[in-house]
Design a binder for this molecule. Sequence first.
Ligand code: T4K
Length: 372
Amino acid sequence: MSNDDPIYVTKPFMPPLDEFLPYLSQIWETGTLTNGGPFHQQLEAALAEYLGVEHLSLFANGTIALVTALQTLRITGEVITTPYSFVATAHSLLWNGLTPVFVDVEPGTCNLDPAKVVEAITPRTTAILPVHCYGVPCDVDGIQEVADTYGLKVIYDGAHAFGVKYQGESLFRHGDLSMLSFHATKVFNTFEGGALVCPDAKTKQRVDYLKNFGHSGEVTVVAPGINGKMNEVQAAFGLLQLKYVDGAIARRQAIDALYRQLLAEVPGIACLPARGDTVSNYAYFPIFVDDGYPLSRDALHARLREHGIWSRRYFFPLITEFPMYRGLPSARAGSLPVAAATSRSVLCLPIYPDLDLSAVERIGGLVAAPHR
Ligand code: T4K
């Protein structure tokens, strides 16, 4: 890679093309393209085993998985969620005719604050939709305690959390359902794709009906389902990706460690704390720019861009600033101070398996000395 090539915030990991061709040959030979074919079945089993969960259902993308999760549990009324996420999190509520109620996040994790969740509960609240932002675990015990006390369901948006372990087990073992995204920009990708992790076989059965138009048999329809199925090309690609994913995460880990080393002493730049209770997937590398830094966050963003480095402001603006949300009472900026400050200060630096450590040194050096 030359210094002139742009460096984007991420780049999908691609396994060797020649290893993918036999999968395609099989699809061409059998003519089975979708509707729960052999690769789909193999990938469901392989991912459940890899992630350490029992029941998993594949989807065409993470957003339709989230929309289906809310249908599966027949969620109604108000759902408490975070303003600090990709907009798909809240959109899944609007697509179900639900009212999002936004509450603030915690400073050290960027995730929903359980104490603030309690304050937002009303008689119409039926569920909590937290996000494991950047793959950092939510306070899953705190959230579950609130859910148990008030009789609420918990659906986790785990789009960023592929393979993350918390206190020795899969993060996806928490909550009533967890969603994963396998979008091109994610740690594990199937071009587009996603999944729901279910607590038991019965729930997976209902999810499987819902993602296939509600069909429970050739002539039986048990629910107004949707088409959320993953196709055979995506599933085959996932099977091949899975062979490489540990190596890809190890590469990310090395990049994360180098950034931390390069940025440790830079005034006005903070990173999320590394955590002893978590096996991370190093999905993102957010930094937070405060007043002690010589440039504003946006000026640093522009400065990096001048050098061909495309950092991203995930997540700015807050979801609550978009037109379809800003009129909601819970969208008032004054009630979301941590999320607002985090959104104004965050910058995600490039991190992906093929990123050279020399490029990481260059990026870290630029952040450390932006006027050089
Ligand atoms: N919940 C959360 C918390 C999420 O973060 C997301 C998705 C979802 C739900 C929904 O899951 P999915 O329905 O997507 O499965 C990207 C992704 O499109 C989106 O999937 C992701 N979150 C979000 C955080 O980031 P953009 O608009 O920033 O993507 P884009 O196209 O600007 O890509 C970023 C960079 O990645 C590009 O500059 C270059 C590189 N790239 C991207 C693509 C698509 C490639 O090198 N190749 C590619 O094919 O939203």
